[in-house]
Write a protein that binds this ligand. Structure first.
Ligand SMILES: [Cu+2]
Length: 153
């Protein structure tokens, strides 16, 4: 009888330890393995578009949104709606060799990417909704169709 009680106690204790470890691991949502999403700002032919222009994210997951500009013009990735719906862990700016040359922390609303440049926006969506204010704010670009839609499920 005593042996059984000790065994049940040991199993209960082990279950508690494993459960608390799991809760702890899920606690910091910014430390997950990121899901990479690539968005190209314009293209080699200088098209005024985001590729893709429809983006979808899920709350509670860590994303690494890679913004690449392969065109000859500067472009913005700008969205008030997205900035209000996510927790930003950091922005990483990459040099020509693909290595990180700067990290920016804090709330981000708009990122300007220069020709040939790459910036990564690491964030966790915290609010579901449909966002339709993604645009490039350079004069004439929004009007030409450099806009997009974001859904957060
Ligand atoms: Cu633009």
């Amino acid at each position: 009888m005593k042996k059984i009680i000790i065994m049940i106690s040991a199993v209960a204790l082990l279950t508690c330890i494993l459960y608390s470890m799991k809760v702890y691991a899920a606690g910091d949502l910014t430390k997950q393995e990121p899901i990479q999403v690539n968005v190209q700002l314009g293209d080699e032919k200088n098209s005024l578009r985001f590729y893709p222009s429809i983006l979808e994210f899920e709350t509670g997951k860590l994303y690494k949104l890679v913004l690449k500009n392969r065109s000859r013009a500067k472009h913005y990735f700008s969205s008030d709606g997205l900035s209000r719906s996510v927790f930003t862990r950091k922005i990483q700016v990459l040099g020509k060799d693909g290595k990180t040359i700067a990290e920016v922390k804090g709330n981000i609303r708009e990122i300007e990417v220069y020709p040939g440049g790459v910036a990564e926006w690491w964030f966790v969506p915290v609010k579901a909704g449909r966002i339709s204010d993604l645009k490039c704010t350079i004069k004439g670009h929004t009007e030409a169709g450099m806009v997009g839609k974001i859904t957060i499920k």
